[in-house]
Design a protein around this ligand. Structure first.
Ligand code: SF4
Ligand code: SF4
Length: 61
């Protein structure tokens, strides 16, 4: 069975920080011009997917 993960593409992100602020697991690392999801920490709540104004966070399953 495939593992579900969330990814955030730094190339498409404008680094507004909104997803970082709503992530209850503190799983999104935003540093200057890179952003990534710590898949070990992510609880798949989908808040980042639902709140991003640019639709950047993607669900992979
Ligand atoms: S799905 Fe939830 S826990 Fe995972 S990175 Fe997004 S906001 Fe954080
Ligand atoms: S909410 Fe969207 S645009 Fe803003 S930092 Fe997160 S992924 Fe990037």
């Amino acid at each position: 069975m495939a593992e579900t993960t969330i990814t955030i593409d730094s190339e498409r992100c404008d680094f507004c920080g909104t997803c970082v602020a709503v992530c209850p697991a503190d799983a999104i690392e935003l540093k200057e011009s890179t952003i990534r999801v710590d898949k070990e920490a992510c609880t798949l709540c989908y808040h980042c997917v639902n709140i991003c104004p640019l639709g950047v966070p993607e669900v992979h399953s």
